[in-house]
Ligand binder design. Structure first.
Ligand SMILES: [Zn+2]
Length: 309
């Protein structure tokens, strides 16, 4: 779920951190002791051909994923039988991501979040939506397939999204699969915010809480978990801070505000939905790349849709 334009600095970081490539140079192959015949034509002929459906099935198989009934993880554009020329992972299939994917000669976007602005990607969510129509035309122009990888992505073990954020924060030592609360070495809320902004490339976050307060128990809830789950975790696990992608302001934010006025200490940090889960889709690119032969998987950060004024 990241959008149009990232800053120069951010795009450089994204390129460095997130882009994975299969192509090996002749020099690299020589170092690996690969015969020239294999490094030349052999490498190409050894490359497999995959359809969109093949890639989806490979992901389900490699992820040991059970079929999820009524999943929103369906093909949103293109056809299952089309041959894949390259893959892009992202949070949101923005028009900028579509253009960048086409420039990379990729025709398959694996996106975590909806393409057409509602959970089931119903193009008639708002009937006669001109933006939906134009986006469909753009996708058709590039023969771009789009598959949503949301329910299955969170069903991976570990959850690819949470684990991607954990890796990006360098919190692996404190991550326990299945636990949303990590106990990290104590730091102040201000220090935590600084680390989140730096590691996740976020310019601004919204905070409720005392910036001096100590934080150790971090409830890591990237994306949109919803008010019930966010407040349930606050009530039952009493973390020092909820780190979330987004909230309904009238639910979790007001709960935290009242809780603080009653002397409770659980703080709230709102990262922004897209940026909070983006490391997860970068992780997916790195996870998927070695499973494919002859197809390049590139992560493109869709970024935040907002301008701060
Ligand atoms: Zn998610």
């Amino acid at each position: 779920m990241k959008h149009p334009h990232v800053t120069q600095d951010q795009s450089a970081v994204n390129r460095r951190d997130f882009i994975t490539r299969t192509a090996l140079s002749a020099g690299a192959l020589a170092l690996l002791g690969v015969q020239p015949s294999l490094a030349g034509n052999g490498l190409q002929s050894a490359a497999n051909t995959y359809t969109v459906q093949d890639v989806i099935e490979l992901i389900l198989k490699e992820g040991k994923l059970q079929v999820i009934p009524n999943t929103v993880d369906t093909i949103k554009a293109g056809s299952p039988g089309q041959t894949v020329t390259g893959i892009v992972t992202t949070m949101f299939t923005t028009t900028a991501v579509i253009e960048q994917a086409a420039q990379l000669n990729a025709n398959f976007i694996i996106a975590h979040e909806p393409t057409f602005y509602n959970h089931t990607d119903n193009p008639a969510w708002v009937p006669g939506n001109a933006v939906v129509k134009q986006k469909q035309q753009l996708l058709e122009k590039y023969n771009m397939a789009v598959w949503r990888f949301h329910d299955y992505c969170h069903a991976l073990k570990p959850d690819a999204i949470s684990y991607g954020v954990v890796q990006q924060m360098n919190w692996q030592a404190w991550y326990k699969q299945g636990d949303v609360v990590l106990t990290i070495p104590q730091l102040s809320l201000q220090q935590l915010v600084n680390q989140l902004k730096q590691a996740l490339h976020i310019a601004h976050v919204r905070v409720i809480g005392n910036l001096e307060q100590p934080c150790s128990r971090i409830a890591l809830l990237p994306g949109a978990w919803g008010g019930v789950r966010q407040v349930t975790i606050a009530e039952t696990q009493i973390p020092d801070v909820l780190v979330v992608g987004e909230v309904s302001e009238w639910e979790t934010a007001e709960y935290i505000r009242d809780a603080h006025s009653m002397g409770k200490k659980t703080a709230l940090v709102i990262l922004g939905h897209a940026q909070s889960e983006e490391p997860g889709m970068a992780y997916v690119a790195n996870w998927l790349q070695p499973k494919l032969n002859g197809i390049t998987v590139t992560h493109i950060a869709s970024g935040s849709p907002f301008t701060w004024v």
